[in-house]
Design a protein around this ligand. Sequence first.
Ligand code: FAD
Ligand code: SF4
Ligand code: SF4
Length: 466
Amino acid sequence: MKINKKQTPMKEQPPEVRKHNFNEVPLGYSKEEAILEASRCLQCPTHPCIDGCPVHINIPGFIKAIRENNMQLAIDIIHQSNSLPAVTGRVCPQEDQCQAVCVMGKIGDPVAIGRLERYVADWDLDNRRKGEFKLPKKEKPNGKRVAIVGSGPSGLACAGDLIKKGYDVTIFEGFHKTGGVLVYGIPEFRLPKSIVHEEINLLEKLGIKIVTDVLIGRTMTIPELLNNGFDAVFIGAGAGLPRFMHIPGENLAGIYSANEFLTRVNLMKAYKFPEYDTPIKKAKRVAVIGGGNVAMDSARTALRLGAEHVYLIYRRSRKEMPAREEEIYHAEEEGIEFNLLTNPVRYIGDERGFVKSAECIKMQLGEKDASGRRRPIPIEGSEFTIDVDQVIVAIGTTPNPIIPRTTAGLKTGRHGTIWADENGATSVKGVFAGGDIVTGAATVITAMGAGRKAADSIDKYLRGKL
Ligand code: FAD
Ligand code: SF4
Ligand code: SF4
């Protein structure tokens, strides 16, 4: 049989339409398209794709099941390693992970593993909506209690594994909504919130308790949790503290961190003000600083809020941009104006203290720096200004120090991350950690993998085997 070298395309909203709405951009495969794409998999005996996936999903196994139109088997295989496939199928950087090492990539396009994962996960969600669904099996209650700090992917994955092992699990979440960055960071047009909520509902049906509006380190501390009946704690509090450039004018009104901007829009529905009571400035000319996924999400969100010009300002070249290729491509298609090899040096305000322009400088690339990328160097005398009425700074985040500050003996690492060993154990007995709070800002699937690893270690620890 002749194998198609090209990936089966996925339908998406056209750029001219989608830039005016918050609906999801890619529309997913039909069953026929999924089976067609699955038939491109070579079922390689060495299956490098499995090693490319941070949680080692049996990729050829689930793809074979799709090819044989056995979607139940496909989802069962995926669920053995991944509890949030509808999320990862949409947002995983597949091109750098499972698909990067797919053998088909040597002769054509790699198999569209992420799209196939999404198809099967959506099939499963549809079944659940129709009530055609059995809850996963759970071991008998073992009388031990575990507290999870944070309801992002690491906390949810850890909680999901522990509840199935018979533990009494309570998640404490600082915000009023659960899901972490999946709900307050990644916008609706990339990851519909309803999908995240359906996954969380399933965990609640399994018996996980979720307490929102509780900030650990303020309302209660980690030592207090351990002294009040919890046998172990998992910290999955993420890295939500924004970084700034500390340049003149950065405190002017109209300049937001990407975190604040996206949280207001995603979680507090600021785009529906005054129907929802959190306001946001609907600007006409917006500058977004940065080149990662967060910058792309901010730029595309600003566009959907009605901006006429959105400038993306990034100090390196397109090649060094850390954002997913698909997000860069989508942003370009929607008309985001890329100002590459450019950096802001100061912001200028009007008489009311609102930002009115950004002074930028052109950059050139020098030698490689510690990150392995070529260091950007300012070109003297190349300064120019861009008129803007809003700036969104998306240059990275670090963990909030509130938990280390209130937990005696908790060792920290670079940029305030929490130190944990290969089992996810921290320097405090009974306290485990994983996800962005340990690694610094990373990905959904690595955070989930860390949550699952810690669940395994907590289980061993509470059975006296660690
Ligand atoms: P988080 O998701 O940050 O969750 C931590 C949770 O803990 C939050 O709900 C927070 O409110 C809560 N919390 C914090 N402190 C406390 C406390 N003291 N007490 C109680 N609760 C607390 N990754 C990808 O793989 N693909 C993408 O396309 C992608 N896009 C992204 C876009 C944006 C805008 C952002 C910000 C990130 C993106 N990421 C992406 C990264 C990914 O979302 C994160 O790596 C992942 O969510 C980390 O999971 P986590 O569980 O460690 O933390
Ligand atoms: Fe690929 Fe991510 Fe799915 Fe793993 S979880 S198979 S890396 S898309
Ligand atoms: Fe299929 Fe690619 Fe994995 Fe080979 S490497 S088994 S072609 S997905």
